[in-house]
Design a protein around this ligand. Structure first.
Ligand code: GLU
Length: 461
């Protein structure tokens, strides 16, 4: 006899874009299930017709695809109304639920993210006949949790036979889909006893629960869209040009760690070592500095070819990515950015690498070294350096390297003072205070352009 296969589900409500917490739930379901060679279901929970939209649904599916999280099967609750109806009828027939006359509006308890009021007045709804008892369930992360369900009273499970609400749909689907493990955010802990009561009433086995810790901002407040704005949405990071693999790596560490110092993991590695019993109970702090660090590590690991393919839409069109010059610029870009959108900033007018395209006008005073602000000194050094650079035998740009330039002028620099010589050279080449060191700038610009810019500086002095 073979063991029962593991089946889990990620069950987003399409009432908002996928947020980082939802993405973590999707990832932890994926990792937990892959390790045990089970199957993961994507279940779109759109019973809340007021808040759910097809746009949010499409966006969530697109985000999961971008993260490279895939599913063995997909279901949509709005296409399963016949199934819920069958269970509702049965519950009513067996006296476990009843039609109740109402005087107040009902809300679908599905977690809504777009803040729209979903309350709806019906003169009749279907209520669950709550047996009012203590329910204890074992959570893989939190241990035993006990609730007295008496205070939940006879809660509403459907607006009508055709309109089930969240708890009923979840309990029925977990049963019908043979879900063995429910891995979800701990904001659902208080929903669990209701769902267990419904399971018992329909004769469903109880899945094993694992409620993932809340995600906190660095000030330890609950991370929320209201307070933290766009920074909670996955699209925000996607639009800024973070690498999906880096986001996966970051999300994996939100509440879990392998118990070693290792911080960088590929998804394949995570699938092997992820252990749900190592997930912490306490809140997981969402530290964007950590995300930035991880993203930079992924950038550093990339080959130049990968880098160029990934960043095509961010690199300014005037740069020829197959040129020798670009090869020289690439390490600088890699070193200076956190995510892809920073590339554009580097080449903006104010950006540190904008000098490559053209030099903007700068005041002559910028060419003066602060410890010896004499125009004659700057001009003497620039002339000397100009001659030394002119004498370099370069046949092409690839030979005009940092080393070659350094070898040509280093002796002069040492005798005459680093700041005295290199400061005016830096400004002459870039027109800026904040810029790469002049050997790098000169190599990128090439010999002819270097000489041209030194000449321009000399005319200013
Ligand atoms: N649809 C619920 C949500 O988006 C998740 C329900 C569940 O995982 O049981 O929060």
């Amino acid at each position: 006899m073979s063991a029962k296969p593991i089946i889990t589900r990620f069950a987003p409500s399409p009432t908002g874009f996928l947020h980082m917490g939802g993405a973590r739930t999707a990832l932890f379901n994926h990792l937990f299930t892959k390790k045990l060679e089970g199957k993961v279901i994507l279940r779109i929970e759109d019973t809340d017709k007021i808040r759910s939209t097809p746009e949010y649904e499409a966006s969530i599916i697109d985000s999961l695809k971008w993260l490279n999280i895939s599913y063995d099967q997909t279901f949509k609750q709005s296409e399963r109304e016949e199934i819920y109806k069958k269970y509702l009828k049965k519950l009513i027939d067996e006296g476990k639920a009843y039609i109740s006359k109402e005087t107040q509006a009902v809300e679908d308890p599905a977690i809504g993210k777009n803040g729209k009021d979903n309350s709806d007045f019906r003169s009749e709804v279907i209520r669950f006949k709550n047996p009012g008892k203590k329910v204890t369930f074992t959570d893989l992360i939190r241990g035993d949790i006990t609730f007295d369900t008496t205070e939940l009273k006879d809660f509403v499970i459907a607006k009508s036979l055709e309109e089930p609400l969240y708890h009923l749909a979840v309990a029925v689907d977990d049963f019908e889909m043979e879900i063995t493990h429910v891995v979800r955010g701990d904001d659902h802990i208080s929903n669990t006893p209701r769902q267990i009561l419904i399971q018992e009433a329909i004769g469903a086995p109880r899945p094993i629960y694992a409620h993932l810790p809340i995600i906190l901002a660095t000030d330890k407040s609950k991370l929320s869209k209201r307070k933290h704005g766009e920074a909670v949405s996955l699209n925000f990071y996607r639009d800024k040009g973070y690498i999906p693999e880096a986001i996966i790596n970051f999300l994996a560490l939100l509440g879990w760690n392998p118990g070693t110092d290792q911080e960088l993991f590929s998804i394949g590695e995570l699938e092997k070592i992820f252990d749900i019993s190592k997930v912490q109970k306490g809140g997981a702090v969402f530290n964007t500095e950590k995300l930035d660090w991880i993203n930079r590590q992924y950038i550093a690991k990339m080959t130049n070819d990968e880098f160029v393919t990934q960043t095509e839409k961010y690199i300014p069109k005037w740069l020829n990515t197959s040129s020798v010059q670009f090869k020289k610029i690439l390490p600088l870009i890699k070193e200076k950015i956190i995510c892809w959108s920073d590339i554009q900033k580097l080449f903006d007018r104010e950006g540190e690498l904008s000098f490559i395209k053209d030099i903007s006008d700068y005041p002559a005073s910028l060419l003066l070294w602060k410890k010896n602000p004499d125009p004659k000194a700057s001009s003497k050094h620039l002339e000397a350096v100009r001659t030394l650079i002119e004498d370099i035998q370069d046949n092409n740009d690839s030979e005009f390297t940092v080393e070659v330039i350094k070898n040509a002028i280093w002796a002069y620099v040492e005798t005459n003072g680093k700041g005295d010589v290199l400061w005016p050279l830096r400004v002459a080449l870039t027109g800026k205070e904040r810029s790469p060191d002049p050997f790098i700038s000169s190599s990128i610009l090439g010999k002819a352009e270097t000489l041209k810019r030194i000449d321009l500086a000399l005319t200013k002095l």
